[in-house]
Design a protein around this ligand. Structure first.
Ligand SMILES: Nc1nc2c(ncn2[C@@H]2O[C@H](COP(=O)(O)OP(=O)(O)O)[C@@H](O)[C@H]2O)c(=O)[nH]1
Ligand SMILES: [Mg+2]
Length: 821
């Protein structure tokens, strides 16, 4: 237990602070490591807190929300205060990983050394680099290798080397400027078993051998990895695996000096050879009592001896403290990616020096709810000092500003307990409590004042997209207000979930996948409205309306009095533009109209555009439809807003089945408005008439439906891979790549699968083998069937949706909205 006074002192020394996320693919051992570190060095280290909190944070042992813990660690009389965050590995919850990466400067990237580094890991490297978060690598599950008594140590080395290599290749592919690659030789890679609690770096052995053999540690470190061999006959180091003295095969130094002692300990214990074990213990200076040697047997004894020999906690804490930069150092290069304003202004300078006396800048990257239902705002102080009762300004995603002096400042001890403090300086992660919920949005900047401009810390671009919904209703109508209240809170704390209240009275909760939905409903039921009984529907698969060709004619809609007319055509929005907007690499809201127009011409080959022509992208949250204005000279300023409103209406509810539109470009033609306002009856005609023109143009452009497609990773035993391939085919999926793991009997297969097929797919996969594992992430929209109205598949889907929504049972033709000019 570290005293509060001590903590308050350490957190003021930014050089001694480390902010670190534990990241990696699901099931690789992140939470196991987190728990060990917390138990050993958490500032409240009675070892019980983590277990209690588990209830709220895991479903079937899968981490579902960021887990925080403060750790205190001393090495060579330097005291470190580490804010450690365990992140979920499930791809549905990737947005939380990014929220963690943003407020930390480095990470512990956990890889399963036995299965190797693959797809899920790759997708986390990208946000890691874009957040300028410096990784260290932990290669886990080494115990798996040693189960086999015939194990070839050289094969183990090759597998570990491959994991390090693949990790670095991914880092290098994503990073342009910073060198974030890792290397066992410089101490940024650790190997071990989180389950058994042992781990080492080359350092752990170099220290021992350099003393024993009287060789400088640094020169030994270089030789313990890579193609280095020690020839006992010549007493010389060589890079040749064959002895020059007698032609015999040499053992690689990593195997001889590191893996072999571990192997020998395990073998001696498993073979019950206590004499041998005692010899090894003596030579390696492992101090285990005779009493323990008698009581413990087999695996338990292996754990005990290896934990004494190579304690995981010390290895990992030392690696993180020495390889991950302090805020003082990290903010110098991170400021560029973080701050929106000019790099010359006082905010940028203060952030880059992590200056506690500068203006206050806090970025709140996540809202967390504790088991008592209280919402806390967790963020990083990048500059200045936050002091109790001093007024702060909050700028949210919508650029709204709130000021308040009513909040508590807390250090995070763990997810369920905080330590209230009066002030906190830059470089720390803090939790602000008691903020009014009206000010809270899922990420925002808090500052001491707004300065001259309203520059802020850049918002996090969400890496995932809500795609699957379920509708929800209370069992008893009296509970509706409570349900609404609970859902409002849910929308505040979850960055990605989308909760919508339909005109039909239906309430839809939309998440990134089934796992995400399970998490949302669990939080809702267990924390926000434990006393309300709710009904949850089956999955609702979203389809989008789109077009596959240009309208076959220029459509026309006349105002009711026939005096005004709107002409319109629709066509598919160029696919790379739509896709780049979808994945976030092209964001219309980031550019001025002229810049955007130039970009379309330069990067997407559009013909020189009259820049005034791009009128609107929509819908607001995902601008994948475009409304091009008219080029006619006649002045439309007085009705332009109405025209755009009609566009925004139609793209939310298309004519085929009232679904959203994706990838449609509408081109406004001529607009005739009667010059005498009294005759045209004011402007009330604009919206309904334009809407009809839009409908007609969409319906005359070979309308189609799009279905969502997943990118999925499945881990399957080699023995059933052919059966799995057949299943994928049957479910309309396609195989993208296969990564066979050379150590285990499994492959990692990347496939694309229609979302609707994923539900049954999982069940059938489990029937083939319960050793399979799969997870999905939204990939893209793809046309299903042919033109609606002609093709049976798409027409039936559209008809079913119409029936469910209570729409008339025929899909309209364009002629219903088109008036002969
Ligand atoms: N054999 C073995 N299993 C491990 C090791 N580390 C973790 N596990 C197991 O792997 C599973 C997932 O671990 P967890 O820490 O929850 O992984 P996370 O999803 O990355 O947080 C659990 O069943 C652990 O007991 C290890 O070093 N060796
Ligand atoms: Mg976990």
């Amino acid at each position: 237990m570290v005293s509060n006074e001590k903590i308050k002192k350490v957190i003021t020394i930014s050089e001694n602070i480390r902010n670190i996320s534990i990241v990696g693919q699901i099931n690789n051992g992140k939470t196991s490591i987190f728990k060990r570190l917390v138990k050993k060095a958490g500032v409240v280290n009675d070892g019980t807190v983590v277990e209690e909190d588990k209830l709220n944070s895991e479903i079937n042992e899968i981490t579902t929300k960021l887990q925080f813990n403060s750790i205190f660690f001393t090495e060579l009389s330097k005291e470190y205060y580490i804010n450690l965050i365990d992140t979920p590995g499930h791809l549905d919850l990737k947005a939380q990983v990014v929220a963690g990466l943003r407020i930390t400067d480095g990470s512990l990237f956990v890889v399963d050394g036995f299965e190797g580094f693959s797809f899920g890991g790759e997708s986390i490297v990208r946000p890691l680099i874009s957040e300028n978060n410096k990784p260290t690598l932990f290669i886990n599950k080494l115990d798996h290798f040693f189960i086999d008594p015939q194990i070839e140590l050289e094969q183990v080395y090759l597998a570990l080397d491959k994991s390090v290599d693949l990790f670095n290749v991914n880092i290098e592919c994503s990073a342009f400027s910073t060198d974030f690659s890792v290397d066992p030789k410089n101490g940024s890679v650790a190997f071990g078993s989180a389950l058994d609690g042992w781990a080492f770096r080359l350092d752990s052995f170099a220290n021992r051998y350099s003393q024993k053999h009287n060789i400088p540690k640094q020169s030994l470190l270089k030789r313990l990895w890579g193609n280095n061999y020690y020839d006992d006959t010549t007493k010389k180091w060589t890079s040749d695996p064959i002895s020059s003295a007698n032609g015999s095969k040499l053992e690689r130094s990593f195997c001889q000096f590191i893996l072999r002692p571990i192997y020998q300990i395990i073998r001696a214990i498993m073979d019950d050879d206590m004499v041998k074990l005692k010899q090894i213990n003596e030579s390696l200076n492992i101090k285990i009592s005779d009493q323990q040697l008698e009581v413990l047997k087999g695996k338990e004894l292996v754990k005990e001896v290896l934990c004494l020999f190579l304690p995981l906690e010390e290895t990992v804490l030392s690696m993180m403290a020495n390889n991950i930069p302090s805020p003082l150092y990290a903010q110098k290069y991170r400021v560029n990616g973080l701050y929106e304003g000019s790099m010359d202004d006082e905010y940028a300078k203060s952030i880059s020096f992590c200056n506690r006396d500068g203006p206050l800048v806090i970025f709140i990257s996540t809202l967390s709810v504790n088991s008592f239902g209280q919402i806390n705002a967790i963020g990083r102080i990048f500059s200045g000092t936050i002091k109790k009762s001093e007024k702060i300004a909050i700028i949210n995603r919508k650029n709204e500003v709130f000021t308040t002096d009513k909040y508590g400042i807390n250090l995070i001890i763990n997810n369920d307990s905080n330590m209230e403090i009066d002030e906190c300086t830059s470089g720390n992660i803090v939790c602000l409590s008691g903020l009014k919920s009206s000010c809270l949005s899922n990420s925002f900047t808090a500052t001491s004042g707004l300065g001259k401009s309203r520059n802020i810390i850049r918002y996090i671009k969400l890496p995932t997209y809500p795609i699957l919904s379920k509708s929800i209703s209370p069992n008893s109508p009296n509970d509706l207000p409570a349900l609404m209240e609970g859902l409002k809170k849910l929308a505040v704390i979850d960055q990605v979930a989308n909760i919508s209240f339909e005109e039909t009275g239906e309430i839809l909760v939309c998440g990134t996948g089934q796992f995400h939905l399970n998490v949302l409903f669990k939080v809702l039921k267990e924390i926000f409205i434990p006393s309300v009984d709710i009904n949850i529907s089956d999955l609702i698969i979203p389809y989008r309306e789109s077009v596959s060709q240009e309208s076959s004619l220029v459509c026309c809609a006349k105002s009711p009095n026939k005096h005004s007319r709107v002409y319109m055509k629709a066509q598919p929005l160029q696919i790379d533009v739509a896709v780049d907007i979808q994945v976030g690499s092209l964001d219309p809201s980031k550019y001025s109209q002229k810049e955007f127009s130039d970009k379309l011409c330069k990067d997407y080959g559009w013909e020189k555009l009259d820049i005034k022509n791009i009128w609107a992208f929509g819908p607001e949250d995902l601008n994948t439809n475009l409304f091009m204005g008219s080029i006619q000279p006649m002045d439309l300023q007085d009705i332009k807003d109405g025209l755009i409103q009609a566009f925004n209406w139609v793209i939310k509810e298309g004519p085929i089945c009232g679904n959203k539109l994706w990838g449609v470009r509408f081109n406004l033609g001529d607009v005739y408005k009667n010059q005498v306002p009294i005759v045209r009856g004011g402007y009330s005609f604009v919206i309904p008439t334009t809407r009809r023109a839009l409908y007609a143009s969409q319906l005359s452009a070979s309308p189609v439906l799009l279905e969502p497609i997943y990118n999925s990773q499945i881990n399957v035993p080699h023995a059933i891979s052919q059966d799995v391939f057949n299943l994928v085919k049957r479910k309309r999926g396609s195989i993208i790549t296969e990564y066979p793991s050379r150590n285990s009997q499994k492959s990692s297969v990347i496939i694309q699968l229609p979302v609707i097929e994923s539900v049954g797919f999982e069940n059938e996969l489990k029937q083939l083998s319960d050793k399979t594992f799969n997870q999905h992430i939204f990939s893209h929209w793809s046309q299903i069937g042919g033109v609606v109205g002609i093709d049976d598949i798409s027409t039936n889907i559209a008809m079913n949706i119409r029936t469910k929504k209570g729409l008339p049972p025929t899909i309209p033709l364009y002629t219903e909205y088109h008036d002969k000019p």
